[in-house]
Design a protein around this ligand. Structure first.
Ligand code: NAD
Length: 486
């Protein structure tokens, strides 16, 4: 596997793109492998999962270097949030394969108890994973390991906006993984469009809501099921009883991961009007603790905005906001933006137009919890709602009266590490879930198997013509069942 000399290059980097002919060849090769049943035996799946873990472990430094080259991502963030998670999940998945794939014997009605009724968990087939640039390891290899666990063959498409990581993964894949079953493909929109013209048995896409709609439309042509992991504006609610210092520390920590370029980044904060100043003072205190010499100091390890276009977008938002910048608001060239806090932001502000995806945190003052819940309800359902409170009534209200992929209390971002729980969006933030077992489920078809013994023929006689009143009466007992009053 690999790219031939005829591959085109991305305009902005030296990343070789796969040609349409190469993509077609890979598709054919992986389809043939799936049809041969190669990827189905559990020892094969286990071996490939452990190989993926080795790929990460053996090359951890090179992988950290690559994402530093692409995004200036601090080594610690790459190691913990991405590589450590991938490695852990590979081992966890490998250890749970037998349990997850066990055929299930459902409890059936008494009159069917002599039948063999079994639900098998079978691989969907040849699947496609399309990943974004911001977390280029966990968001490509995470879904990919679910495809391996499920017994699928799989093409992974990396992001052209993280070219060093995409190139490294394309190089490492065939060294560790079965090239007849798995391939890492590189390209931009034309190459992804070509991939989408092929038939896949499932597509798992992580990226923007705008592109998600393109993917869903392309998948619909082949009636292909999709998992859409999209973005959105994830709000934070500071309740009346919140510990302001801890809330400020945890919000700032989450907001500034990958310089705010994270799908579950706290996008904006609803704070009680009488607590706004105290909350901002606490944010400022934390800010000084996190970056005692300022974010652009050499030792601060503050990452880049992915490209000049995104940098310009964020600068334009800051130019247009009618809120008051209380921290940050400055940049160095077109690479970085200082962590920025803006207060007294209104819902019709430029900062509330779209997912921010950068280190800008608007603060919206509200009269009470009910107003925050109301305002959240006027926005598209986000990936996550964060809330800081110890009040069980407040937690209950948020559970009942809001919609989001996840509801996370008293912290930000870290819920992603709970790979034993599903992760996914709702409404505009996407549909379907992934994370370890849930990724396995997404790439698995529940295949019902029924075997009705020939010896039961006498019991089935009433179903056959000629139909008579007696047979009708015998076959329609259900219609005369007594329905309980309540
Ligand atoms: P993107 O939608 O621009 O790109 C994602 C992938 O789609 C890339 O591989 C890209 O090559 C491809 N692509 C882009 N435009 C396409 C088109 N017109 N046709 C076909 N393919 C196309 O997203 P991004 O900028 O890489 O990532 C940022 C977005 O991803 C943010 O909105 C963020 O919230 C979201 N995101 C979501 C999650 C999640 O788990 N829900 C995780 C990370 C990022």
């Amino acid at each position: 596997m690999g790219t031939s000399s005829s591959s085109s290059m991305s305009p902005s980097s030296t990343l070789p793109y796969h040609t349409p002919a190469e993509i077609d060849e890979i598709h054919e090769r992986l389809l043939t492998t799936f049809r041969a049943g190669t990827t189905q035996p559990l020892p094969y799946r286990r071996h490939q999962l452990l190989q993926l873990a080795r790929l990460v472990q053996d090359n951890a430094t090179a992988l950290e270097d690559a994402v530093f080259k692409d995004l200036g991502k601090p080594r610690q963030e790459a190691a913990v949030a991405e590589l450590g998670n991938v490695l852990n999940c590979c081992l966890y998945d490998a250890d749970h394969l037998e349990e997850w794939t066990k055929p299930e014997k459902p409890q059936v009605a008494a009159w069917r108890s002599d039948w063999d009724t079994t639900v098998y968990r079978v691989p969907k087939g040849l699947v496609l994973v399309i990943g974004p640039w911001n977390y280029p390891y966990i968001l490509t290899l995470g879904p990919f390991m679910g495809a391996i666990a499920a017994g699928c063959t799989c093409v992974v498409k990396g992001s052209e906006l993280a070219p060093a990581t995409a190139q490294l993964l394309a190089d490492l894949f065939p060294k560790y993984l079965d090239p007849h079953a798995y391939a890492f493909v590189n390209g931009a929109v034309p190459e992804t469009t070509h991939l989408l013209e092929r038939r896949w048995d499932h597509i798992m896409f992580t990226g923007s809501s705008k592109t998600g709609r393109v993917i869903a439309a392309a998948a619909a042509k082949h009636v292909t099921p999709v998992t859409l992991e999209l973005g959105g504006k994830s709000p934070v609610v500071i309740a009346d009883d919140a510990d302001i210092e801890i809330a400020a520390k945890r919000v700032l920590y989450g907001k500034l991961q990958n310089s705010g370029q994270l799908c579950v980044s706290p996008d904006h904060v609803y704070v009680p009007r009488n607590k706004q100043d105290a909350f901002i003072a606490a944010l400022l205190k934390m800010y000084k603790t996190f970056w005692p010499n300022g974010p652009f100091h050499e030792g601060s390890r503050w990452g880049n905005i992915v490209n000049p276009a995104q940098h310009a977008r964020l600068r334009s938002l800051l130019n247009r906001t009618k809120g008051e910048v209380v921290i940050g608001g400055y940049f160095d060239g077109d690479k970085r933006i200082a962590p920025t806090i803006v207060k007294n932001v209104k819902l019709d502000d430029a900062l509330m137009e779209d997912e921010l995806f950068g280190p800008i945190l608007p603060i919206i003052a509200v009269d009470n919890l009910e107003e925050a819940i109301h305002l959240i309800g006027t926005q598209p359902a986000p990936l996550v709602i964060y809330a800081f409170t110890s009040d069980e009534v407040v937690k209950e209200k948020l559970l009942e009266l809001t919609r989001s992929g996840t509801l996370c209390m008293n912290d930000t971002v870290t819920h992603l590490a709970v790979y034993e729980m599903p992760f996914g969006g709702q409404g505009d933030s996407g549909h379907g879930t992934w994370n370890s077992k849930y990724t396995f489920d997404a790439f698995t078809h529940l295949r019902s198997y029924v075997d009705i013994p020939l010896a039961l023929e006498p019991k089935l006689s009433d179903r056959y013509p000629p139909y008579t009143d007696e047979k009708y009466h015998a076959m329609t007992a259900t219609l005369r069942t007594k329905i309980p009053d309540a």
